[in-house]
Design a protein around this ligand. Structure first.
Ligand SMILES: Cc1cc2nc3c(=O)[nH]c(=O)nc-3n(C[C@H](O)[C@H](O)[C@H](O)COP(=O)(O)OP(=O)(O)OC[C@H]3O[C@@H](n4cnc5c(N)ncnc54)[C@H](O)[C@@H]3O)c2cc1C
Length: 395
């Protein structure tokens, strides 16, 4: 409020403390305990109570009254949308690093007797690793394209950032949880990086807007016709058909519901669909970005190949098998065969992807290498009882 006029919610620059570290008048800050996975930053909660500020502290001006308060507020906090996209792009690298760590561990770890085999030879081990590395390549290309779209289309920024975040982070969270399991007890330890990366990205999935809540807002606004989604380049590609199918289904449910978008039925029937709807769009957009980079040779050395693209596409389809079956596109068996074929085509490339030297600098997990692991164990505190004499068994 200024001179009796409501100017909406407005941002101010507020000093928090002086050069000596003493807090300013009306400002208090509570330091939070350490958060697992947050190596680079700590957290606190800052609150403000009757803080006196000079007029220059107001960001923006007070001329006239705002035409559209909501739009003005969104403009004032537009860096949040930049953060939504920016923070999320790290997930492609995290997937690649975690996939390489799990792959290198799985190549070293052997089981079985008398002829032991590396655990990487089991499809339950190479499968998740290959899928994750294929997603990492596709998401890297999707990140580059989203960044370009974000700058070219200011009116679509929350759609582009929100779809990217929901698609990439929801996949990464499940994938890293899976990789932790595939590395046995060693996967649980922060020094082997995967669990720590998983928790760090879990923080990012909440920061700048939790992705489920982002999806609820995005899907609701799309269904209400307030936003349009980026159109597919090839509406006949399988992921585009799936996307269009699931959105049509949701639109039909929506029109049949009493009580509007704030009603009980919308809450019960549409909200749970929000994440899969947004993911369907993101999976299609990621596929298009990766395919374009492959066709035009603009993948910037990220390793985009037809095998990677086919495995990515088939893995996305496996996530919603019932839709493909229900719409007569493929049977369950055909979907499975397609996924196995895509995996078998990628396997000859897997060793190169796992041992990609570009990733070496990001890996310090002891479990990927026997010498490194031995050096790590010898650095740990150990407690020994007195040595026993050599005792020979007597019969
Ligand atoms: C790493 C990190 C950095 C952060 N940095 C900052 C910062 O610099 N400044 C700052 O101010 N904040 C910061 N935050 C806070 C962040 O913005 C909030 O945590 C985030 O917006 C979610 O709010 P919340 O934690 O209060 O969760 P809640 O609002 O309690 O949400 C919890 C859950 O409730 C459900 N939910 C909530 N609202 C709805 C809804 N409308 N519809 C349906 N379901 C709903 C969802 O399942 C959601 O996941 C940071 C958080 C993290 C993790």
């Amino acid at each position: 409020m200024a001179a009796g006029t409501d100017h909406g919610v407005r941002p101010f620059i507020v000093p928090l403390n002086d050069a000596s570290g003493a807090m300013c008048r009306g400002v208090s800050c509570t330091l939070f305990p350490a958060r697992p996975g947050a190596k680079a930053i700590d957290h606190s909660s800052t609150s403000f109570c009757h803080v006196p500020l000079p007029a220059e502290a107001l960001l923006g001006h007070l001329h006239g009254s705002a035409k559209d308060e909501r739009k003005d507020f969104l403009r004032a906090i537009h860096r949040v949308t930049v953060g939504t996209l920016c923070l999320s792009t790290s997930n492609a690298t995290v997937l690649r690093v975690a996939g390489c760590i799990a792959g290198r561990y799985s190549a070293e770890r052997r089981v079985g007797a008398p002829e032991s085999v590396p655990i990487l030879s089991f499809s339950t081990q190479y499968g998740p690793i290959a899928r994750i590395l294929a997603h990492a390549v596709v998401f890297d290309n999707y990140a580059i394209e989203s960044m370009q779209l974000f700058m070219a289309k200011p009116d679509m920024q929350n759609v582009i950032g929100g779809v990217f975040k929901a698609t990439v982070l929801s996949y990464t969270q499940k994938a890293l949880s899976d990789l932790v399991d595939r590395c046995g007890w060693q996967g649980l330890y922060a020094h082997n990086q995967i669990s720590e990366l998983w928790l760090a990205e879990k923080g990012n999935s909440i920061a700048e807007g939790d992705y489920v809540v982002l999806c609820i807002r995005l899907a609701s606004e799309v269904l209400l016709g307030r936003y349009g989604l980026p159109k597919p380049r090839d509406p006949q590609c399988l992921l585009a058909r799936h996307e269009s199918g699931v959105w049509d289904e949701a639109r039909q449910i929506c029109t049949s519901l009493p009580g509007g978008h704030r009603g009980k039925e919308f809450n019960a029937r549409i909200l749970p669909l929000s994440l899969p709807l947004v993911q369907a769009t993101g999976q299609r957009m990621a596929y298009e970005a990766a395919k374009d980079a492959m066709v035009h040779g603009t993948d910037r050395g990220l390793g985009m190949t037809p095998q990677v693209l086919a495995l990515y596409e088939s893995t996305c389809m496996m996530e919603d098998q019932s839709w493909y079956v229900e719409n007569g596109i493929m049977s369950r068996q055909a979907l499975l065969n397609c996924n196995v074929d895509a995996m078998n085509s990628l396997l000859p490339l897997l060793e190169g992807m796992v041992n990609d030297p570009a990733v070496d600098a990001f890996i310090n997990a002891p479990m990927v290498d026997q010498d490194r692991l031995a050096a790590f164990f010898s650095s740990l505190p150990s407690f020994q009882g007195p040595e026993t004499e050599y005792i020979r068994a007597k019969l």
